[in-house]
Design a protein around this ligand. Structure first.
Ligand code: AMP
Ligand code: FE
Ligand code: FE
Ligand code: ZN
Length: 284
């Protein structure tokens, strides 16, 4: 029977709603054979996920790095999935620490903007929702829902709220530096949801060609934010460039509606990723 592989999942170490231990149990319960924990800019959930891993589940330890491409003005933000890297690599660990610190400052600025317009939420409340993990806009969305101003995370991301009116950019990693740092730490870099236009501007294919030359290993094709046509485009681009192509749920618990395993990665693609990584082993 073919292995069920989901390579992009979030826990409470960032903006997911299941604790790392709950996430791996939910993965096994959903019939996954392989799951990756990929919290935004942190490895903070790795230890708990590893300790709670059901014996039948293989666990890929990873992260989703906040990056930016500066080839146009203003730069375009993008996400890089990093798998099986050494969490103690000093350069990568320092980069993630900076990203998390910036997430806090930026979160506080967004809350200040909202409060200046009379929105009754506080930074303490938002910071509390993040519970020690990477702070993200979904935590601010949670405060807006609590205050009765919106009814869902999706609504909080509309242009009236966190999508535009109260949008503050993050100070992300340069994407070429990020690819190099992931490789230097023994990891494998996969471009997350490269065609996800609902999140903002997307990068041109020429950049993906350049990133492939710079050591990018793969592209996430099957993702809920991609249409069938976009998935096909990414698959053929990956084939043309000799890149691995993945699929995943980008599960965030109740901050999103997608279910674990909703999109999956082909076993041969997963095997290529594992074979290319030298940072830490797959657990299980
Ligand atoms: P941030 O990382 O703080 O910029 O917040 C973006 C995160 O919010 C992404 O990781 C998304 O997974 C999550 N998110 C949840 N709902 C939405 C939505 N409707 N639009 C964009 N991002 C969303
Ligand atoms: Fe997220
Ligand atoms: Fe992402
Ligand atoms: Zn994600």
């Amino acid at each position: 029977m073919s292995r069920r592989i989901d390579l992009h999942c979030h826990s409470t170490a960032s903006d997911g709603t299941l604790r790392p231990a709950e996430l791996v149990r939910a993965g096994a319960a959903a019939g996954l054979d392989v799951m990756a924990i990929t919290d935004h800019d942190t490895t903070g959930g790795w230890a708990e996920a590893a300790a709670a891993r059901p014996a039948e589940l293989r666990l890929v330890r990873g992260a989703e790095l906040s990056c930016r491409w500066h080839g146009v003005q203003p730069g375009i933000s993008l996400h890089l999935l990093a798998y099986l890297f050494d969490p103690d690599d000093p350069a990568l660990a320092a980069a993630m620490l900076l990203l998390r610190a910036d997430r806090e400052q930026r979160g506080e600025r967004i809350v200040d903007l909202l409060r200046a317009d009379g929105v009754p939420i506080t930074w303490d409340e938002v910071f509390g929702y993040a519970a020690g993990g990477s702070v993200g806009r979904p935590h601010i969305a949670q405060a807006l829902i609590r205050a009765g101003l919106v009814s869902s995370t999706d609504e909080a991301f509309a242009s009236d709220w966190l999508g535009a009116r109260y949008f503050v950019p993050k100070s992300d990693l340069d994407v070429f530096e990020a690819v190099a740092a992931v490789r230097a730490a023994g990891g494998v870099a996969v471009f997350a949801h490269p065609r996800a236009t609902k999140r903002g501007r997307v990068v041109p294919d020429e950049l993906i060609v350049e990133l492939a030359d710079a050591g990018l290993f793969g592209l996430e094709a099957d993702h809920e934010d991609h249409s069938p046509a976009e998935r096909a485009e990414i698959r053929s681009l990956g084939e043309r460039l000799g890149l691995a192509v993945t699929g995943s749920s980008d599960f965030h618990g109740t901050h999103k509606t997608v279910r674990l395993g909703a999109n999956r990665t082909a076993p041969e693609m997963y095997d290529k990723i594992v074979a290319a990584a030298t940072g830490v082993p797959v657990l299980g």
